[in-house]
Design a protein around this ligand. Structure first.
Ligand code: BTN
Length: 327
C-alpha cells in the first residue's frame, strides 16, 4: 500500500472511509492502515479518526512530494512518474540528466525550491521553499525539431485552462506562452530539446508558476503576480500541477494527431490576450508595430503591419511587447 493509494482512497470518499473498507480496497491489515495514518499525520496531514465511522482528511499541508501529486493525477502518461526534490539547481537541468539515463516520456520533475532556475533570454527563475511551482516534463516525440516550439504553446494553453477551471479566474495567454492574470505574468515556460542528427532525442518543458509568492523584486513588480495575490487566498500546488497534467495530456494528444495546432488554434486564440491589440515586434536587427490577429496552425503569431500587409512571427526568434504595457 503506497501513500498515494491511501490518499486517493481518502480523497475519493469525500467524507469518512472506514478502516475495514480501506483494508479491503488496499489489501492490507488494519494495523498497516493505522500505521500509515499516523505517518501521514506526522507529515502534517490533518486526519480525523472517529470510532464506528472511520477516517477523514480534514486538511492537507501544501506538500508537493511525489505521492501527493501522483494521488491527484488522472492521466495515463503525463506525470508518471513524479520525481520530487526538496531543492534543485533547476528542474530542467535535473530532468535532462534523467532523460540521458533513459527516463520515460511523462516523467515529471518537481522541487520545493529552485536556486539556479533558468528563464527565457538568459534570465534567472528562482523559487523560494514552499511558495511556487517549478516542474519539468519529459517528452520523446517522433516529430521534426522544427515543430517543437508548438509544444510550448500547448503547455501555456494547459496551464491557462487549469487556472480557469480550478479557480474560475480570468487567465489568458500572452503569445507565445506566458500565462497572465490582470495584465501580469503568473507563469513562464522554458522548453529545451536534445537532438541527434535531425531527429528529436527528447524534450524538456519547464514550467514555473507563481502560486503563493507574495513579494516580488522591485524590478518585476509591475509585470509579475501570483495566483494568491490575484485570488486573495493560499492555493494548493499539487492540485494545480495535476490539473495542468490533465489538460496537457489531452492537448498534446490532439497536437500529435495532426502534427500541428489546428485542433487547438481556436481555443488558444480565444484566450490570447494580444488578439486585436497593438504589438511591437522585436526581431534581431528590425522592429515594427502592428496588430496581432491570432496564431496560425503552426503557432506563429499573425501580425497586420501598419501598411496593411500581414506577416507570421515565429516564437523563439522574436519578442513581442504590448504597445501600452506588458501585454
Ligand atoms: C520565462 O522566462 O518566462 C520561462 C521561465 C521558466 C521557469 C521554469 S521553473 C521550472 C523549470 N526549470 C527551470 O530552470 N526553468 C523552468
Amino acid at each position: 500500500m503506497t501513500k498515494s493509494e491511501i490518499l486517493t482512497a481518502l480523497r475519493e470518499s469525500g467524507g469518512y472511509v472506514s478502516g475495514q473498507e480501506l483494508c479491503e480496497k488496499l489489501q492490507v491489515s488494519r494495523t498497516a492502515v493505522w500505521k500509515k495514518m499516523k505517518q501521514l499525520q506526522e507529515e502534517g496531514y490533518e486526519i480525523e479518526a472517529v470510532p464506528n465511522r472511520g477516517y477523514r482528511i480534514v486538511a492537507c499541508p501544501d506538500i508537493i512530494a511525489a505521492e501527493e501529486v501522483e494521488s491527484r493525477l488522472c492521466t495515463r502518461r503525463m506525470g508518471h512518474p513524479v520525481v520530487y526534490y526538496e531543492e534543485v539547481t533547476s528542474t530542467n537541468q535535473v530532468l535532462k540528466k534523467l532523460a540521458e539515463e533513459g527516463a520515460p516520456e511523462g516523467t515529471l520533475v518537481t522541487a520545493d525550491a529552485q536556486n539556479q532556475g533558468k528563464g527565457r533570454a538568459g534570465r534567472v527563475w528562482m523559487i523560494q521553499p514552499g511558495a511556487n511551482i517549478a516542474m519539468s516534463l519529459l517528452l520523446r516525440p517522433q516529430i521534426s525539431p522544427a515543430r517543437i516550439s508548438m509544444v510550448t504553446l500547448v503547455m501555456g494553453l494547459a496551464v491557462t485552462c487549469a487556472c480557469r477551471e480550478l479557480y474560475g479566474v480570468d487567465a489568458g495567454i500572452k503569445w507565445p506562452n506566458d500565462v497572465v492574470i490582470n495584465g501580469k505574468k503568473i507563469c513562464g515556460i522554458l522548453t529545451e530539446m536534445s537532438m541527434e542528427l535531425m531527429a528529436v532525442n527528447y524534450v524538456v518543458i519547464g514550467t514555473g508558476i507563481n502560486v503563493n509568492e507574495t513579494e516580488f523584486p522591485e524590478e518585476i513588480r509591475d509585470k509579475a503576480t501570483s495566483l494568491q495575490l490575484e485570488m486573495g487566498r493560499k492555493l494548493g500546488r499539487a492540485e494545480l500541477m495535476a490539473c495542468c497534467m490533465k489538460y496537457f495530456e489531452e492537448f498534446y494528444d490532439q497536437f500529435l494527431s495532426t502534427g500541428d495546432l489546428s485542433l487547438l488554434q481556436e481555443q488558444y486564440n480565444g484566450l490570447l490576450l494580444n488578439r486585436n491589440r497593438g504589438v511591437r515586434v522585436l526581431e534581431p536587427g528590425r522592429e515594427y508595430s502592428g496588430v496581432a490577429l491570432g496564431i496560425n496552425k503552426d503557432g506563429q503569431l499573425l501580425v497586420e503591419k501598419e501598411d496593411g500587409s500581414q506577416t507570421a512571427v515565429y516564437a523563439g526568434e522574436v519578442s513581442v511587447r504590448g504597445v501600452y504595457g506588458y501585454v
